[in-house]
Ligand binder design. Structure first.
Ligand SMILES: [Zn+2]
Ligand SMILES: [Zn+2]
Length: 183
């Protein structure tokens, strides 16, 4: 899972602008997601198109990346289990630094700071974080999805008046009498 082949579409060579503060370049590319981006309940499926529009700017610490990632996430409604599709347009932002990312790291890993080897930025993590931050914890097919009947599992959206009659207590008493006779 953590293997990143050299051919990863997220890896972008910075040789032309690295160590030349003030220079910049834009990247506008669409490519199939090499792996799922998201969670178990909703995510951009592997192979789905990702649209990446970022500007890469050479700064004294390394490379400053900012832009947008767009994709369609697919998931499951947390109430009725129907498919949920959601357009994601997430802001991407991060500093790729040649300095040690963990140098003055006392309160956990700093956000939006990534390691840069001086030659290639790997946007996978920053894009992954950006997409994840736009996805709901509990996807819903619609905000007022009524979910499923807790007794029979029927979809309540299809049948708003769905109800189960409570068994008449007199009838159930009679029924248990009959059962006693039979046994
Ligand atoms: Zn639903
Ligand atoms: Zn039911």
């Amino acid at each position: 899972m953590s293997q990143r082949p050299a051919s990863s579409p997220f890896r972008i060579s910075m040789r032309d602008i690295a160590r030349r503060p003030g220079t910049q370049r834009t990247v506008s590319e669409s490519f199939p997601a090499p792996a799922v981006l998201g969670t178990d309940v909703i995510g951009v499926p592997e192979g789905a198109e990702l649209r990446l529009d970022v500007s890469l700017e050479s700064v004294s610490e390394g490379i400053w990346v900012s832009g947008t990632v767009m994709a369609e996430a697919v998931g499951e409604c947390g109430r009725c289990l129907d498919e949920v599709r959601q357009q994601v347009a997430a802001p991407v932002q991060g500093l790729f630094t040649v300095d040690d990312v963990h140098a003055d790291d006392e309160e956990g890993e700093p956000e939006d700071v990534f390691q840069f080897d001086g030659e290639t930025v790997d946007l996978e993590e920053v894009v992954r974080d950006a997409v994840a931050s736009e996805l709901p914890f509990t996807p819903l097919c619609r905000p007022d999805c009524p979910g499923l009947c807790d007794q029979c599992g029927a979809r309540l959206a299809d049948d708003p008046d769905h109800a189960h009659d409570a068994i008449d207590p007199r009838w159930s008493a009679l029924q248990s009498l009959t059962e006693e006779k039979e046994s």
